[in-house]
Design a protein around this ligand. Sequence first.
Ligand SMILES: Nc1ncnc2c1ncn2[C@@H]1O[C@H](COP(=O)(O)OP(=O)(O)OP(=O)(O)O)[C@@H](O)[C@H]1O
Ligand SMILES: [Mg+2]
Length: 261
Amino acid sequence: MSKGDLISEGARSRVYRWGATDVVKILDVGISQEEAQREAEATRVAQSAGLPVPMVRDVIAIEGAWCLVFEYVVGQPLDEYAAENPGLMQEMAMRMASLHQAVHKVKAPQLRTVDEWLRTRIMGLELPEDALKDRALRTLDDLEDGDTLLHCDLHPNNLLVDDRGELYLIDWCNACAGHPWADVMRSYLILHLAKTSLPRDMLWLPEGFKTFYIENYLDDDTDLLPRVMKWLLPVALARMSEGFVHEEAELHKLLRGQEDM
Ligand SMILES: Nc1ncnc2c1ncn2[C@@H]1O[C@H](COP(=O)(O)OP(=O)(O)OP(=O)(O)O)[C@@H](O)[C@H]1O
Ligand SMILES: [Mg+2]
């Protein structure tokens, strides 16, 4: 089969139509077969648990690049959908929170732990001094473990809305097992950081998502927020290792406690 139209070009992959019913996600050359298999495995774990995810058909190689073949979801990323339908933003943020709660009802002891994933990223980070990294690693020593399924990249651009308004959760390449607060912290942080890349007149969108997402995930129990925020230091440092240059100043402010979320 040959690839069809390009659907999306991301930081580490491109997604194309693949026949009438599928898409192919072509990972950048250099991304290992193990990483491709890991994304496939996590997607299968989610699917077996009854979560709304596209079916994984295969892991294949095309011209030296590892690729995942998925069922094609005829839909639109939720960030685009919400921008076009501002009146639905609050409802969509609530549904994103419910879906995240559903993910966190699933056990996935077979996946790598979020502790290991965060530690690897933090240790690989180049910073002028090691104090912050040491503090983040010590923080992780004290945070709770777990064997809950974590998506670790749940934000509106990784949710597709189909023509019936159903949500599908894609892009399981970061999935781990661990404590749900790690995953909630990551979603909350990513929504906060959206302001570093969007024009001023679009900031209502991630800000609204951020507020309604966290309130609904925590079922309005605001006492829980400080427990989620205990994950900020390791999660924010690990985020820095992803190399999104436009986010760096905001991440430094958050890490120095100069900015609230
Ligand atoms: N199964 C699918 N059906 C329809 N469209 C899809 C599907 N999977 C991915 N896409 C499209 O491709 C885009 C990118 O997919 P995905 O989020 O998996 O990759 P990415 O964000 O580029 O990932 P990475 O961070 O791994 O580089 C999605 O926003 C969506 O538009
Ligand atoms: Mg994505």
